[in-house]
Design a protein around this ligand. Structure first.
Ligand code: ZN
Length: 225
């Protein structure tokens, strides 16, 4: 089948709250501490209130990690190509932000792993017609745009519902969760049967990022390297 959740979820680390003046060192730190992906939140000030980075900055980030790009931008159709060219390994956009989400998936094609993200207020069934053309369903546990929000309790049943849709599709699609992950709750989130956990403030806010990431890995059931 290949759709069953992996016992050990992969970790994708958000660098929004890392030290941008020392990004090379920050990336090296999370590479060494066992991150699987670097997660870059792209916000346009329209779909969500903040503004972050775009393709030139993403292209400039030098890392061994795969780049997991999360677009929180309006009308991604005409814009996705630039992110593929900037080096995205995985490219996720919001179903709420695209008038024709299926067309965006077609435009992306197989050159990149394609993801659809769902806000907390969007029914998970919105991805059902799209499952033939994507590789990741990313369930948001918070509303996009602000770090440090609390993990919404409804996320657990949303993840279960998304898993059921994926199983029924018979395709190999990863299930991910983004938002509200802490070093304390990562174990219970891993137990919800996800393949990918996105975490940022749990790594970069307070203390040593490498130690925080190792603690996060251990909490998620990942063996030490
Ligand atoms: Zn994200």
């Amino acid at each position: 089948m290949g759709t069953a959740p992996s016992a050990e979820p992969q970790l994708s680390i958000v660098i929004t709250t890392a030290d941008w003046l020392h990004m090379g060192e920050e990336l090296a730190r999370i590479e060494d501490a066992g991150a699987d992906f670097v997660h870059i939140d792209v916000m346009d000030g329209c779909f969500c209130p903040q503004l972050t980075v775009g393709p030139p900055v993403i292209a400039a980030l030098k890392t061994r990690l795969r780049k997991d790009i999360h677009l929180m931008i309006e009308d991604p159709l005409e814009k996705v190509r630039a992110y593929v060219e900037a080096g995205a390994d995985m490219l996720t956009f919001h179903v709420e932000a695209a008038r024709h989400p299926h067309r965006v998936l077609q435009a992306l094609g197989p050159a990149v792993k394609r993801g659809i993200a769902l806000n907390p207020g969007t029914p998970v069934t919105a991805v059902e017609p799209l499952l033939d053309d994507l590789e990741l369903v990313l369930v948001l546990a918070v509303n996009p745009g602000w770090g440090g929000q609390r993990f919404a309790p409804s996320t657990e049943r949303r993840l279960a519902a998304a898993r059921e849709l994926i199983e029924r599709s018979g395709r190999t699609v990863m299930l991910g969760v983004d938002g509200g992950v802490t070093r304390e709750n990562v174990g219970s989130i891993a137990a919800m049967g996800v393949d990918l956990i996105v975490a940022g403030s749990a790594v970069f806010d307070g203390g040593d990022a490498a130690a925080n990431l190792r603690q996060l890995r251990a909490g998620a059931g990942r063996a030490a390297e």
